[in-house]
Write a protein that binds this ligand. Structure first.
Ligand code: THG
Length: 281
């Protein structure tokens, strides 16, 4: 199962037979006062610096989210997408809960982007999937609906099936849907890890699609977050996550080790190159 995302200059292939694709999470004002203030002031230099840093750290794709109170995402998302495209070569993941903002960003995007996201609610599927078809994009399908995120893996799986069926009915190839099984915080529910891992396994077995995950959600509100996230990641990747959304600078060394352990790094080339680059830095 191969999913191909692209910018003007780069194509990224997501597949369980290849190294894990890292989607950089840091262009997102949630919990970041400095970034939120810069975005509100229309200062895009700060965002572009975040983009450069993440690509230098090894990000394959950048998530771009400008959602915060007092921000007009429909106007700002395309501006930030354009600024980031002018700064780095990697493909982008357009992240908004507002379909109008996704559409305005799609209008300026050059290449085949990721759309983040659609969910199992009928209005979401009715608004987002036609955009995916029209712009030839890839879409992330969240396993939640109007009743929220089910606690039961079977119900999350059923939502994934529903999203794929709706996409295929519109002529969107199934490999252009990436599933996000959604991890909740272990601080709120100490069984949250078990539930999402079981869901990831079943999505892989029954749908075989590529899967993303906002992996740092697992440690939200907990002490020693990076420790928790970095030990959760190999479980999620071994279960079927192929393109996690992460803080790349923090998580890439662990992911290089995981890919080597899972036979996705011939002759340990990437692992050794990653080590050498860290020695130089
Ligand atoms: N699934 C999908 N998309 C997503 C998410 C997901 N997009 C948004 C989010 N979840 C993933 N992105 C982030 C971005 C930042 C953080 C976590 C996930 C984060 N920020 C720190 C905080 O809020 O405490 C602050 C970061 C810092 O400045 O160090 O943790 O699940 N499809």
């Amino acid at each position: 199962m191969e999913t191909k995302v692209s910018s003007m200059k780069k194509e990224v292939i997501i597949s369980a037979d290849r190294p894990t694709v890292l989607i950089g999470e840091r262009i997102n004002p949630t919990g970041k006062k400095k970034l939120a203030a810069a975005l509100k002031a229309g200062d895009l230099d700060f965002v572009c610096q975040q983009a450069l840093n993440q690509v230098k750290a090894g990000a394959d794709i950048l998530d771009v989210n400008v959602g915060a109170s007092d921000i007009d995402e429909v106007a700002l998302l395309p501006q930030v997408v354009q600024a980031v495209m002018n700064t780095v070569d990697v493909p982008l993941c357009l992240d908004s809960a507002n379909p109008k903002a996704l559409e305005s960003a799609l209008k300026v995007y050059q290449g085949k982007p990721l759309i983040n996201s659609v969910n199992g609610e009928t209005p979401s599927m009715e608004q987002v999937l036609p955009l995916v078809k029209e712009y030839g994009a890839i879409v992330i399908g969240l396993t939640m609906d109007d009743e929220g995120i089910p606690n039961d893996p079977a119900r999350r799986l059923a939502i994934a099936h529903k999203i794929v069926a709706r996409a295929e009915a519109l002529g969107i190839p199934r490999q252009d849907v990436i599933i996000d099984c959604l991890t909740l915080s272990l601080g709120a529910d100490s069984k949250a890890g078990l539930v999402v891992i079981e869901t990831i396994r079943r999505v892989k077995a029954e749908l075989g699609l590529n899967q993303t995950l906002g992996a740092s959600n697992i440690s939200f509100g907990m002490p020693d977050r990076d420790l928790l996230t970095s030990y959760f990641l190999p479980i999620a990747i071994a279960a079927g996550v192929t393109c996690p959304i992460v803080d790349v600078a923090m998580m890439r060394p662990a992911v290089l080790a995981i890919d080597l352990a899972l036979g996705r790094d011939d002759y340990a080339r990437r692992y050794i190159r990653g080590y050498r680059e860290r020695q130089k830095a």
